[in-house]
Design a binder for this molecule. Structure first.
Ligand SMILES: Nc1nc2c(ncn2[C@@H]2O[C@H](COP(=O)(O)OP(=O)(O)OP(=O)(O)O)[C@@H](O)[C@H]2O)c(=O)[nH]1
Length: 212
């Protein structure tokens, strides 16, 4: 997150897309960047995309990290560093893959653990709702999980809807902005308290001097 100076607008944000293999992370990122759905992606490495988007009439420079699934083993360290890097998180699962749904809570817990705080902007995305015949996770289960984890929730099909993908990313950016403004307010409050403390200390020093 970056402050643009006196206007105090958030001009940059770093987003991380997490989720089990094959749930549609790359498809989601590519859809958001290009509005297109490309069926197959040959990508087994982490990729960071950069783009300028206007969200709620404000321009924002986004870096989006498309992770590869690595919740276990030595690669988990790298997942932790990706989480440290991010300002906001999009956790995906596929409604056709129960395991990917079960991984969501673990990923959210990892984010909370790495960031050492709750309330980190996180959006949960249930993908592939176009494959109705192969559905293994009901919409209500996704909604209930998101509500338990206090995250926003979107069920969508990256294949079918570019607008739904935009809406999910826009919500994440909104939540990151909110967090940024909360952080600025906290900093302002702290600096006002320091000013008051400084003024009081000066006053005490002066009155002691006058006694002499
Ligand atoms: N039917 C359908 N297929 C989708 C959708 N989104 C992605 N896919 C397909 O699901 C497969 C996996 O998509 P990816 O975007 O590569 O998934 P990923 O999570 O990045 O996978 P990894 O790179 O293995 O972590 C591809 O064959 C996509 O075409 C969707 O909304 N509907």
């Amino acid at each position: 997150m970056t402050d643009s100076g006196p206007t105090r607008k958030m001009t940059r944000a770093k987003l991380v897309v997490l989720g089990r293999d094959n749930c549609g992370k790359t498809a989601m990122c590519v859809r958001f960047l290009t509005k297109r759905f490309i069926g197959e992606y040959d990508h087994k490495k982490e990729v960071t995309y950069r783009c300028l988007k206007t969200i709620d009439k404000e321009l924002i420079d986004l870096e989006i990290l498309d992770t590869v699934n690595k919740c276990v083993g030595p690669a988990a360290t790298s997942l932790e560093s990706s989480i440290k890097w991010g300002d906001g998180f999009l956790i995906m699962y596929s409604v056709t893959d129960r395991g990917s749904f079960e991984a969501v809570s673990r990923l959210k817990r990892l984010i909370d653990h790495v960031k050492q705080t709750l309330g980190i902007p996180t959006v949960i995305v249930a993908n592939k709702c176009d494959i109705e015949g192969g559905r293994l996770v009901r919409t209500e289960e996704g909604q209930a999980l998101a509500s338990d984890l206090k995250c926003s929730f979107f069920e969508l099909s990256v294949a079918d809807s570019s607008a739904a993908v935009e809406a999910a990313f826009a919500q994440l950016v909104r939540e990151v902005r909110l967090e940024f403004h909360k952080h600025l307010l906290a900093m302002d409050k702290r600096s006002r308290m320091l000013q008051v403390r400084h003024a009081l200390r000066n006053k005490l020093t002066r009155s002691k001097t006058m006694q002499w």
